[in-house]
Design a protein around this ligand. Structure first.
Ligand SMILES: [Zn+2]
Length: 266
């Protein structure tokens, strides 16, 4: 099939790119197969598109993953749009995915069931923005949180980047710059860290921070409680070691600098 990709198809595949580890962007991944089926393209063409997006990612290039040769300007365009406005594109791609799923329900009873279970059934961005402002805000927060959590956890292989805790119930997607400070960064995966509850709370309180070298620096406020075996195993063990890096969306150094300057307890 050589028809040009529609905007919705690109948005849905970019959304998938954000939410699966790069090592799983292959044509035999069941999620890739499912998205391909829904958009009426081959799994190989969806996998190639995912590879194209990866070729733009500086984190992947730094790991020696080279650009592909058949990258289109539309691929570059979607990559640039997301990176210029994660806030808007995360929502637009969530809605496009929701619409695609809605369209896949072929019988009237399936459609009615989907309509009653999802307030965003077949909703377009403009439909959302036309709602009362309070409702728009509530839905945007929920979609941002969903996109951000799924993208950040996937990038870090779903385990804490400090202690490798893999228990989903204990994992959170933490913001480096709090979203109360920068609402425009609340869905940007490069403003995210996958952390267990303990390391997330301690990071938000400024009890540790991350250097430009991605090494962990502990606050004197935390050290004041030593000697203590819990702190030794939970924090001192990791002092001056590098966080475990995500496979894509490396933390933005400017955001880490903000955390060191404004939140870290010197
Ligand atoms: Zn942890």
């Amino acid at each position: 099939m050589n028809e040009p990709w529609t905007r919705d198809q690109l948005l849905v595949v970019f959304n998938l790119y954000c939410k699966i580890p790069f090592s799983k962007t292959k044509a035999n991944n069941p999620l890739v197969i499912e998205v391909a089926r829904l958009i009426g393209r081959s799994a190989a063409s969806v996998a190639m598109k995912l590879g194209n997006f990866g070729s733009f990612d500086p984190a992947l290039r730094a790991q020696g993953i080279k650009g592909l040769t058949r990258v289109s300007s539309a691929d570059r365009g979607i990559w640039d749009e997301f990176n210029q406005s994660w806030e808007n594109l995360s929502i637009e791609s969530e809605l496009a995915t929701e619409r695609l799923l809605a369209g896949s329900r072929t019988t009237p009873s399936e459609r009615n069931k989907a309509k009653s279970s999802s307030e965003l059934y077949a909703c377009k961005l403009q439909d959302l923005l036309d709602r009362p402002s309070e409702k728009v805000r509530e839905v945007k927060v929920r979609l941002h949180q969903k996109f951000f959590r799924e993208a950040v956890l996937a990038s870090y292989g779903s385990s804490c980047c400090v202690c490798c805790n893999p228990v989903p119930q204990l994992l959170t997607a933490g913001h480096i710059i709090p979203w109360a400070n920068r609402e425009d960064l609340r869905a940007n995966p490069r403003n995210g860290l996958c952390l267990c509850s303990l390391h997330h709370d301690a990071f938000d309180c400024g009890l540790w921070t991350i250097e430009d070298s991605y090494e962990i620096r502990l606050s004197p406020e935390l050290m004041a409680y030593l000697p203590n075996s819990t702190l030794e195993s939970g924090f001192i063990n990791y002092s001056k070691t590098k966080i475990r890096m995500p496979d894509k969306f490396w933390p933005e150094k400017a955001f880490l600098a903000f955390h060191r300057t404004n939140l870290f307890l010197e």
